[in-house]
Design a protein around this ligand. Structure first.
Ligand SMILES: Nc1ncnc2c1ncn2[C@@H]1O[C@H](COP(=O)(O)OP(=O)(O)OP(=O)(O)O)[C@@H](O)[C@H]1O
Length: 272
């Protein structure tokens, strides 16, 4: 792999005396679509927050484009959560304009002339892509859950991030709407040439969308002290779509899946 987007070395994260993540080593190529799976509470969201610099590592290094990760979130890394990512008091179009305005404010405080015209054109184009042109003047509370998530994803894209972090973005949506969202996301990923990390509890979704699946689990476990050890990446699997399991409606990842998945993959995947 030449010039990875991210190089992660011996990454650890603890809260107080409790380790959540330990000894994570990864190289992630530019343009990868990494799906993150693992039992609830094993540190997937923490890992995303570390990539965003919302949290700082307790040990180890994260390099992005060969440099130490900035210590604060920067516009080149966008994030979408399961809910509440958009501004409720702004219309759909205003939610998208604000990204361009945030960037411009550093210099002029506002967008004027050609810059404003360009931003309006970009917003109109984005609205068309996500199918929300007819809802441009509505407020988020007037949109369905799927429409709100389309808006949240589009808002993250207004800053033109090279890296998109998604924390269970479709977890609250109906299966039919999820399929539409999958198509939208895959289209945006290809058009914008982003590196994506997406947490999901849906194994089928992880196989369907990802080019790599990162499985978080504990290599060491003490039943008498369940918080004594953190999770690491136990499997790092290039995804061959042919190997994807058939979808099971409503199936989610739970604490038994780490073991089941590990056992099922043992024969096909190299251990780390
Ligand atoms: N700010 C914090 N302070 C202390 N502990 C925290 C903090 N944030 C997360 N944790 C703990 O870290 C562990 C990992 O949490 P995290 O949300 O990253 O897990 P997760 O794998 O994303 O879970 P889920 O799949 O349920 O969303 C949990 O035990 C959680 O209680």
């Amino acid at each position: 792999m030449s010039d990875p987007k991210f190089m992660i070395r011996n990454l650890t994260k603890s809260y107080g005396e409790y380790p959540v993540l330990e000894r994570i080593n990864l190289d992630i190529e530019t343009g990868a679509f990494c799906t993150l799976v693992g039992a609830s509470g094993c540190g997937k969201s923490t890992f995303l927050r570390l990539l965003l610099s919302q949290e700082l590592p307790s040990g180890g290094d994260i390099l992005m484009d060969g440099k130490a990760l900035p210590q604060q979130p920067t516009p080149d890394r966008g994030i979408v959560f399961q809910r509440y990512s958009v501004f409720p008091h702004l219309t759909v179009a205003e939610n998208l304009m604000i990204g361009a305005e945030f960037t411009a404010r550093k210099f002029t405080g506002r967008l004027f002339g050609n810059a404003r015209k360009q931003a309006c054109n970009d917003v109109a184009e984005l609205l068309e892509t996500i199918g929300l042109s007819p809802a441009a003047n509505k407020y988020p509370s007037q949109l369905s859950g799927g429409m709100q998530q389309r808006l949240a994803i589009a808002q993250a894209l207004t800053m033109k991030p090279g890296v998109l972090l998604l924390d269970e973005p479709f977890g609250a949506l109906d299966p039919g709407i999820r399929n539409d969202m999958h198509e939208l996301l895959l289209g945006l990923w290809k058009t914008h040439a982003m590196t994506i990390f997406m947490v999901t509890h849906d194994i089928h979704e992880a196989f369907k969308l990802g080019t790599r699946m990162l499985v978080f689990d504990k290599l060491r476990d003490d039943p008498h002290a369940p918080e004594a050890y953190g999770a690491t990446i136990t499997y790092d699997l290039p995804i061959d779509l042919a190997s994807a399991p058939p979808p099971i409606p409503g199936r989610v990842f739970d604490e038994t899946d780490g073991m089941n998945l590990s056992a099922a993959l043992m024969a096909t995947a190299p251990t780390p």
